[in-house]
Design a binder for this molecule. Structure first.
Ligand SMILES: [Zn+2]
Length: 143
């Protein structure tokens, strides 16, 4: 069934390949790592193929965390207005990371985030935010 969200993404030029219910890969570059809206999760197919199955599960649980914590409305608002409320978004990332950690995927999420670090070498603010997320996960996973 074609949901409104799928239709919107298709109109925006995203090819969608369902890997499991509600979760799709796309070959179009996804801003960030993955997009979660209230109805679907998109993961960059190039990234997807580099990941272990545990890392894929960690990414999916992180994105489900955004949905469960009802982050999508703020995310869409930020996307539509172009106003990246960076502090708010970082808080949401930390919360979604904590959700994945609660599912027992903290270690896998750390290894996934470490894979993403090199891609951010030219974006110092994003790099620092990712390092803070890894640090927060390390502290909560291992202590
Ligand atoms: Zn996130």
């Amino acid at each position: 069934m074609l949901t409104l969200h799928k239709l919107i993404y298709r109109l925006l030029g995203f090819d969608l390949h369902e890997i499991t219910t509600g979760i799709y890969t796309t070959s179009k570059a996804v801003p960030g790592i993955a997009i979660s809206s209230s109805r679907l999760i998109l993961i960059d197919v190039r990234l997807f193929h580099q990941l272990t199955s545990e890392e894929v599960q960690a990414v999916i649980q992180h994105e489900i965390g955004h949905q469960q914590l009802r982050h999508h409305s703020v995310w869409i608002r930020a996307m539509l207005t172009g106003k990246a409320t960076t502090e708010l978004r970082e808080q949401q990332e930390l919360e979604a990371d904590a959700y994945a950690k609660q599912m027992g995927l903290g270690d896998s999420l750390i290894s996934f985030l470490e894979r993403a670090l090199p891609a951010l070498k030219d974006k110092p603010d994003d790099l620092k935010q990712l390092e803070r997320r890894i640090q927060a996960l390390r502290e909560s996973v291992y202590n």
